[in-house]
Ligand binder design. Sequence first.
Ligand SMILES: [Cu+2]
Length: 311
Amino acid sequence: MKRRSSALAGLVFSTGLCAAGLGFLAPGASAASASVAIQNFAYSPTPLNVTTKTSVTWTNMDASPHSVTSDASPPVFDSSPTNCGPAGGTGCIQPTGGTFTFTFTTAGTFSYHCRVHSFMHGTIVVSAPAVSVTSVSPSPLGQGAKTTLTVNGSGFTSGATVTSSGTGITFGPSAFLSASKLTVPIKVGQSAAVGTRNITVTDSGGGSGTCTSCLNLTVGPKVTGASPPSVKRGTSATVTVSGSGFVNGARFSIGGGGVTVGSVTFVDAGHMAATVTVASTAAVGSRKLTVTNPLSSGGGRGSSTTVFSVS
Ligand SMILES: [Cu+2]
């Protein structure tokens, strides 16, 4: 019995090696690759077990042409859709050393055969990668918080999506940092229910993992009034904002342009004050006043469009 090439039959699972050494995977992509030798008129190994997003490369070690042709109709993959038949042909994987690479993106069992030799059969078994989520930070987050959530776990790949249990939380597209860390923009609705939420990461290959109750939502600040309720154009005044859920270190802003808020003096959970300066060119009318707690206290935000105006 002839010795098989152990190097070709092996699997390679290494982010660094694939990114730096092989160079056919985009940065940040799941860096898994695997090899199948076509040798002695057989595929080896078969079946080959891989996870989704794995690039499988077949190398023809024989002195005879072969193909790698999915049994499915139409074929899911085919090294040799044209010019390759029982008599061989220029479209086949050529001897000696010809290769064919296919990246498996969906889970399933994929059987294949050789167009030249009908007795040659092989199978690739593709499974969704195991994904787990262990923690998120920052937590807790206050109602209305808008920040970037770091999610820790394992088995992450680029393109993973993040979701939460319950309603009132929206996520942006995740950024892949490593197999164990990703970040994602998170926006907590000002009326999202307080309490704990589960966070789920779903890989584009279908694998998913959840950490139970790992994100805690707390009450955010609410704005109920401002005194004085308006400031004239071209003047400044000390405005006291009233409401609830204010935390020392909170600030408030006034939207719409032309209004500057100075450094805030925290009074108590229901009051804060700052000098508000209104430009002479500022538009007259009601403005949105938003209170934001410090991120170390959950970063909650609350706003009102009715409590303050430029006059
Ligand atoms: Cu063949």
